[in-house]
Write a protein that binds this ligand. Structure first.
Ligand SMILES: *Cc1c(COP(=O)(O)O)cnc(C)c1O
Length: 384
């Protein structure tokens, strides 16, 4: 048996073949909608680019390889990938999901799929009894996000997968915040891993793209059917950009994690800060679970300035010079965000505050710049 390559080799070679036509080392951008046939059905494996495209195939093979799965599927966005998973279900089916979900996921569930009579329960998945109390014959899917956005709660994937398996329920994990470098949910018992590859996987804030990775051939076939039938596919240029980003995923993540640690520790010992949410801190409530299932703790940090409210949280964000105020995360550049008015604005205030998304909460996506400049920037913004 061929020895499996390590992660930092798989990001470069995983699932890739040298181009047959001219030996191009990088997969060419096959910017074509269709493929010549010599006779009806006489083609070289590709007929129409909604169904498949060689650049997308190269990306899908890479995604499967880095997420330690058998099959990868690429979509036009992270939400398009989620949309495909939900289309595995039928009216009347029930879904149990993380209560502090990414705002766009919550909107997709409640504003689109509830209309088609899917029923969602939003539950604190750290509480096993709460999960169990919602399970019945109609429960078909558990949707987990870990670490969660923006509260950095950690859900124990092994525990949830034991529950999903013993009840014959599909387990899907949104692995966007961890990236395939830090956590591989399939190896912890998940059936489907979903990524907004827009974030760490592509990593350069220049593309919107989504991914699913599965091991089961049956799930792959059903999802592939939905991918083609609903058509939310990415174009070849975006697939190329994502493949290019993947090559440096390992080295970028190492820096995101070490910078994340330095920024979290700076904030944690700063008297102007009330609370820091980063799973690498030993006083983080889920630190031990994070340590068990993740390789390191990532570059996403949320914090609450001492005695702050909406206005002075916003003022601190506006004072930051290197951290750019913007939606999104996971790129090489550091970003700041105000979840209550940005990523989580689509969640009603009473629901969002229940899970800790207060008006004073600030979220950072720590990039790969020199950590000294990032800390200086935070220091000046807090002291204006
Ligand atoms: C951004 C994001 C999504 C949505 O992905 P898009 O690529 O923007 O469609 C889903 N889940 C999480 C955790 C995200 O951060």
């Amino acid at each position: 048996m061929k020895k499996k390559l390590h992660f930092n080799s798989r990001v470069i070679h995983g699932g890739q073949k040298i181009d047959k036509s001219f030996g191009a080392v990088m997969p060419p951008i096959y910017q074509t909608s269709t493929y010549a046939q010599t006779t009806p059905g006489g083609h070289k494996g590709y007929e129409y680019s909604r169904t498949h495209n060689p650049t997308r195939t190269a990306l899908e093979n890479s995604l499967a390889s880095i997420e330690t799965g058998k099959h990868g599927l690429a979509f036009g966005s992270g939400l398009a990938a989620m949309d495909a998973v939900l289309k595995l279900l039928k009216p009347g089916d029930e879904i149990i999901a993380t209560h502090d979900l990414y705002g766009g996921s919550y909107r997709l569930f409640t504003k689109i799929f509830e209309i088609f009579d899917l029923k969602f329960y939003f539950v604190d998945l750290q509480k096993i009894n709460e999960i169990k109390s919602k399970i019945n014959k109609k429960t078909k899917l558990i949707w987990v996000e870990t670490p969660t956005n923006p509260m950095m709660n950690i859900v124990d994937l092994q525990v949830v997968s034991n529950i999903s398996k013993s009840n014959n329920i599909l387990l899907a994990v949104d692995n966007t915040f961890a990236s395939p470098y830090l956590q591989n949910p399939l190896s912890l018992g998940a059936d489907i891993v979903m990524h907004s590859a827009t974030k760490y996987i592509a990593g350069h804030s220049d593309v919107i793209l989504g991914a699913l990775v599965v091991n089961s051939d049956d799930l792959e076939q059903r999802l592939r059917f939905i991918q083609n039938a609903s058509g939310a596919i990415p174009g070849p240029m975006d697939c190329f950009l994502t493949l290019r980003g993947i090559k440096t995923l390992g080295v970028r993540m190492d820096r995101h994690c070490s910078n994340g640690r330095k920024v979290a520790e700076f904030l944690n010992k700063n008297p102007l800060i009330e609370k820091v949410y980063w799973p690498g801190l030993i006083d983080h409530p889920n630190h031990l679970i994070a340590k068990k299932q993740m390789k390191d703790f990532g570059g996403m940090i949320s914090f609450i300035p001492r005695g702050s409210n909406y206005d002075n949280a916003v003022k601190i964000i506006e004072n930051l010079k290197i951290f750019t105020l913007a939606e999104s995360l996971g790129g090489v550049e550091s970003l700041s965000g105000h979840p209550a008015s940005m990523t989580h604005a689509s969640i009603p205030k009473n629901i969002r505050e229940k899970s800790g998304v207060l008006d004073s909460l600030i979220r950072l996506s720590v990039g790969i710049e020199d950590h000294r400049d990032l800390i200086d920037d935070l220091d000046q913004a807090l002291n204006v």
